[in-house]
Write a protein that binds this ligand. Structure first.
Ligand SMILES: Cc1ncc(COP(=O)(O)O)c(C=O)c1O
Length: 385
């Protein structure tokens, strides 16, 4: 059996409905969920074995970094072209906790944090819990629907009074853009000029798709890397967000200290550490099979939309499993995701959750079988008929 077929073994709706995760339990059973960023594929066998072995041993205590620093550094060198220093790699429970703690450490109360909408919804509210405020530097969108960093907008936002940090999402959710080395240098130059700390969310990096060249921020040759932190995880790439383990990497010894001081807030889930080690070592064939399936799905979706919802606009992402669909041409009133849900019984993420720039858009999760992807589009089309 091909690796890619093994991924889809349990990908039928009846088996998936037995899952009890957020994706499968938020809506009634007649709704096909295609919203939250969980994938439907079977887990990688090395992860199943690592976690099962731990359970059999009663090995469910507090997380310990173990070899995670070394194996991540080896993965980064081998797959991402980044010579990450294992001594700078820390385990964290999840990326959002890491970002929130580090932003709190680097900025004073009331400080501005710049983000690039449309962007991952928790970026809008999570830092408000500790009294930071969001400053927008919207992405530029061209006539083909390609989104890019807008240096003028970024310069303006970073120059606003009280701005102390920039949170860059790379690759970007929901647009699927992968930033070039030149774009990363421009962002770094601007942060340096405005004396602003830089935190980079690279959680989708393991899922960069064929044709795109991904550049990890800490691999670039720029002084700003000393003031930067990267956050990543095996959680998106290998579909294990419920196991609670991410990674923070500091760009300097001063950054190490910021992370080390927060060890108590950063205790990862133990099963997550074990699963992540299995992912970064023995989980690479599985990752490649998933990337191949997602590559197929992103082009399949283009054809399905062209046939069944020709007024929708979509540009296949360069990374990951999220499709950002411009539904403004469909002639729907209000939020298109609400129409798809009410009339088509398929749940997408409402575009406006990603910022006002997402009004009239919806985000579809393509991390599933071609059959369920086709069913999602069939339901979207039925909703608009
Ligand atoms: C860009 C981005 N950052 C962070 C997260 C959440 O990651 P975690 O569960 O590790 O906090 C997601 C989840 O989809 C995401 O897309």
């Amino acid at each position: 059996m091909r690796q890619v077929d093994a991924l889809l073994g349990s990908c039928g709706p009846d088996t998936l409905r037995q899952r009890r995760s957020f994706k499968w339990r938020t809506y009634p059973t007649d709704v096909l969920p295609a919203f939250v960023a969980e994938m439907d594929f079977d887990l990688a066998q090395p992860i199943i074995e690592a976690v099962t072995q731990a359970l059999a041993l009663g090995d469910c205590g507090y997380g310990h970094l173990g070899r995670l620093d070394e194996v991540f550094a080896a993965f980064a060198a081998d797959r991402l072209g980044w010579a990450a220093d294992p001594a700078r790699v820390f385990a964290i429970p999840d990326v959002m906790t890491g970002l929130a703690e580090v932003i709190q450490a680097l900025t004073p109360p009331g400080a501005g944090v710049v983000i690039n909408p449309p962007v991952y919804p928790p970026f809008w509210f999570r830092f408000g819990f500790s009294g930071r405020r969001i400053v927008e530097a919207p992405l530029a969108r061209d006539a083909d629907g390609r989104y890019d960093l807008d240096p003028a907008a970024l310069d303006r936002a970073l120059g606003e009074p009280g701005v102390a940090a920039y949170l860059l999402c790379s690759p970007h959710n929901p647009t699927g853009s992968v930033w070039t080395r030149e774009q990363l240098h421009t962002a770094a130059d601007l942060c340096q000029r405005h004396d602003v700390a830089l935190v980079v969310d690279e959680i989708h990096a393991p899922l960069v798709l064929p044709g795109a060249e991904y550049v990890p921020f800490l691999s670039i040759d720029h002084e700003m890397t000393a003031r930067a932190f990267t956050f990543t995880s095996a959680s998106k790439g290998w579909n294990i967000p419920g196991l609670k383990c991410g990674l923070a990497v500091a760009g300097s010894a001063a950054g190490d200290k910021v992370l080390a001081e927060r060890w108590e807030a950063f205790l990862p889930g133990h099963l997550g550490v074990l699963a992540s080690i299995a992912a970064f070592t023995d989980g690479l064939p599985w990752l490649d099979a998933v990337r191949a399936q997602l590559d197929e799905n992103r082009w399949l979706l283009r054809g399905l939309l062209a046939e069944q919802l020709p007024a929708a606009r979509y540009r296949p992402p360069q990374a990951s499993f999220l499709a950002w669909i411009d539904c403004r041409g469909l002639g729907l009133d209000g939020d298109p995701a609400a129409t798809f849900l009410d009339r088509g019984r398929v749940a997408l993420s409402p575009g406006e959750d990603f910022g006002r720039q997402g009004r009239g858009f919806a985000r579809l999760n393509m991390g599933t079988s071609p059959e369920l992807l086709a069913e999602a589009v069939r339901r979207m089309a039925a909703a608009t008929g």
